[in-house]
Design a protein around this ligand. Sequence first.
Ligand code: UDP
Ligand code: MG
Length: 234
Amino acid sequence: MGSIVESAKQDANGSLAEKKPTVVFVLGGPGCGKGTQCANIVEHFGYTHLSAGDLLRAEIKSGSENGTMIQNMIKEGKIVPSEVTIKLLQKAMEESGNDKFLIDGFPRNEENRAAFEEVTKIEPAFVLFFDCAEEEMERRLLSRNQGREDDNIETIRKRFKVFLESSLPVVEYYDSKGKVRKIDAARPIGEVFESVKAIVAPQNEKVKGYGRVLSLEESEDCDIVHLRSMFEGK
Ligand code: UDP
Ligand code: MG
């Protein structure tokens, strides 16, 4: 891991860790509803949602030199090297200007996890784990029609296998540190979000800064211009 971590470290400009951002890892099998629930959390609590899979797909589209490698790995349901994914996550965090992040679909294995903590010096505040039976996830993936190359039954089976073998140990690791908040994700979207809110709302009270003040739930009656002028002292 040494050289990967070292090279990624050199790219970190240091300002990210200094900001002490709040990071929540959002984990669960393919099709458990991570992306859907993250969108709800963003709307209510002012986090920035970073889907590792979406960042990787954007990297393919951008025509980057890693694009073909990433595309081949996604098609096979394999885990892209940590160095690549961590760089994309770091860049997105730095560019967002926010200090509260939902990192969705990452870390996917122990190596991802250890490299992220080593490179960014960030530990998650907690981990949202969406628990869902495989047959329900399979049903959702096959009916969602997002045009994804990996939503076919052959790749889906490979993704389930990787999830069980490589990603669940990450959930177990954080569980041993008391950081996992498990949610029954095999229910309708609204019901699942009620459980999510019960977990995220109290945590959100502890989070200071722009993200909290600008969260929609709290700023429903204010406009952004007004909030901005408050920060600028006008
Ligand atoms: N992927 C990866 N590393 C990550 C996140 C995603 O290698 O940190 C790849 C992996 O091949 C995975 C695919 O991207 O199967 C799709 O991931 P995404 O999180 O979008 O989908 P999910 O499996 O959660 O539905
Ligand atoms: Mg997703």
